[in-house]
Each structure stands twice: as structure tokens, then as C-alpha cells.
Design a protein around this ligand. Structure first.
Ligand code: RIB
Ligand code: CA
Length: 314
């Protein structure tokens, strides 16, 4: 069995972030979670750092180091998504306040220290929210850019359009300047856009299978999904909502579930109409650098099989 892959999860929990964290914690043979860094996004930082600790305790992993990072984007006011995630960001189940401590170190300092103290190529960043912490870490210590193995990120949309505006996906829209810096930095990037995540819907039978696991973590997760999906069901008229963030962790565990191609991706930062749009040169009509592997398809049944099987281990 190869050594577990060392990862940092940067996140703004959010019910779908919680599913991604639980998927990672249910996969200790493959993933060594060095730390969870939190960022303002779905809800303010005070709540995302609280929520990350709640998810670790639900997963019986109060030992995981959780850090608080940026409480606002690098260059614009914070936009949040309580309309999707509820006022706590983890609405759905009745949850206790976390008992495990928040780490004193700032998330950006942790990212820099962690990447600089590991061998080059050892650490992978999994980003589930706005890219503020990552852009700040690159600015603080540019040497980490060349030391990272890769970034696997949930963000963007192309054929699928946007979800917070007609053109922009939420994680990119919240901090387009940060996303622009990260996409231009030169780190190998795997991108999970809405084109993929809108194909993994929390169908009733899928949520019931998770609930049937019966553990505290699984029942809480099912209740989170039952809350989280209502907004997208209403909006898209779909059976279930798109389970965005766990696609990032699933890619590390089973990349064969996904298909996509290397493309140039650039971020719109100026237009008031399309700010936050990920402009993906899918058909290679330009000679711009192919700076990201953009996923477009996923085996949805295989994804939920994996997620359910790993949740059952918590
Ligand atoms: O657009 C979906 C993304 O925005 C997900 O990461 C969700 O958690 C929110 O952060
Ligand atoms: Ca998220």
C-alpha cells in the first residue's frame, strides 16, 4: 500500500464542504490530512471555523488541526450564501458547539509553514471555497508555488454557466482577484467546475442510503443534505441538489471516476456583468497556456458509492 497522500483542505463549511471533509476523514489509508484551513465564504469566518471543528468532532476526529484564515476577500467586500446553507452554514441537523480548540496560528501561516517544511511535491491543496487564503499564502511565501504537488479545487463553470450570477460560480465570484492570482501562479491545477458538480445530485435514494448507515456522522450528513438540497431543487426543479465539494476529495481517491482535459482558464475580474467568470478555452482556440485540467464528466453512481462507503467508516 503506497504512503497516504498529504493534503491540506481549505474550506468554507457549508454542508457540501462537510461531506468532503468526512470523505477525507473516512479515507485515512489514502489521505493524510495535515490540517484544515478555513476561509470566509458560504458564511462568515467565525462560522466556517466553528463548522469545520463540528464536522471533525462528528467524524470522531477532534485531533485534526483546524485554522482560521481570511475573513474577507483580498480586494472586495465579502458575499455569503446563507440563502443556500442557512444562517449557521450547517443548517439541517441539531448540532452542539465544538469542544475541540481552534489552532492559534493563522491559516495562511500554517499553509506556508506546512508546505515549506515538507519535501517539494509532497503536499496537495484541496480548496473548497474562495481562494483567498491560497492567494495570500502565495504572496507571503512565493516559494510554496513550486513546492506544491498540485491544487485540486472546486470552482468555476463553463458550459454550465454560473450559480451566483449567470456567469460566475460562487467560490470564484466571492474572490475573483484571488482566483486570478492562483490560476496564473503556475501550480498544477485540477478544476471541478459546475459542469461536473451538477452531475452529482443528492437523489432521494442516495440520501436515504447515507441515512441508513445509522451512525451519528451519517445521519447528521443526511440531514445536512436534506437542508442543503432544497435551494437547488427549487431553483433547478431537479431531484436533489449538486454535491459540489466532495468531488475534490473523490478525485484524489478515484481519479478514474472523472474525465476532462487540459485547458487555459482565465478569470474575469473587471466586467460588472461577468466578474468571477471562468473563461475556459475548452476547444483550444487560443495559444494561451493550458494552466488547468478542467473536469467535465463524472461517474455519478461510482461517486456516491465511494462517498457512502467511506462515510460508513466514520
Ligand atoms: O458554488 C458551489 C461552491 O460554493 C461550493 O464550494 C459551496 O460550498 C460554496 O462554497
Ligand atoms: Ca465550499
Amino acid at each position: 500500500m503506497p504512503q497516504p497522500r498529504k493534503i491540506i483542505i481549505d474550506t468554507d463549511p457549508g454542508q457540501d464542504d462537510a461531506a468532503a471533509i468526512m470523505l477525507a476523514l473516512g479515507s485515512p489509508e489514502e489521505l493524510d490530512l495535515l490540517g484544515i484551513t478555513t476561509v470566509a465564504g458560504n458564511v462568515p469566518l467565525q462560522l466556517t471555523q466553528r463548522n469545520a471543528r463540528i464536522v471533525c468532532e462528528l467524524s470522531n476526529r477532534p485531533d485534526v488541526k483546524v485554522f482560521a484564515g481570511a475573513d474577507r476577500p483580498v480586494a472586495r467586500p465579502l458575499v455569503t450564501a446563507e440563502h443556500v446553507h442557512g444562517k449557521t452554514g450547517l443548517d439541517g441537523p441539531v448540532l452542539e458547539e465544538p469542544r475541540m480548540a481552534l489552532q492559534a496560528q493563522h491559516a495562511v501561516d500554517f499553509i506556508v509553514e506546512c508546505v515549506m517544511t515538507h519535501e517539494p511535491g509532497e503536499v496537495t491543496l484541496c480548496t473548497l471555497g474562495p481562494l483567498t487564503n491560497i492567494a495570500l499564502a502565495f504572496e507571503k511565501e512565493p516559494r510554496i508555488v513550486a513546492r506544491l504537488h498540485e491544487i485540486v479545487m472546486m470552482g468555476g463553470g463553463f458550459f454550465e454557466g454560473g450559480n451566483i450570477t449567470p456567469a460566475a460560480e460562487f467560490n470564484i465570484f466571492v474572490d475573483p482577484e484571488a482566483a486570478d492570482r492562483v490560476l496564473r501562479a503556475g501550480v498544477p491545477i485540477v478544476m471541478m467546475p459546475l459542469d461536473v458538480t451538477h452531475k452529482v445530485l443528492t437523489l432521494r435514494r442516495r440520501v436515504e442510503r447515507i441515512k441508513a448507515i445509522g451512525s451519528r456522522a451519517a445521519v447528521a450528513m443526511a440531514e445536512m443534505l436534506e437542508f442543503f438540497e432544497r435551494f437547488d431543487i427549487e431553483k433547478y426543479g431537479s431531484d436533489g441538489g449538486p454535491l459540489h465539494d466532495p468531488t475534490v476529495v473523490a478525485y484524489l481517491l478515484k481519479p478514474e471516476l472523472f474525465s476532462g482535459r487540459d485547458c487555459n482558464v482565465e478569470i474575469e475580474v473587471a466586467s460588472s456583468l461577468t466578474v468571477g467568470m471562468t473563461v475556459v478555452d475548452w476547444w483550444h482556440v487560443t495559444d494561451r497556456k493550458r494552466n488547468a485540467r478542467v473536469m467535465r464528466d463524472i461517474d455519478a453512481e461510482g461517486f456516491f458509492e465511494l462517498l457512502t462507503e467511506r462515510l460508513a467508516r466514520l
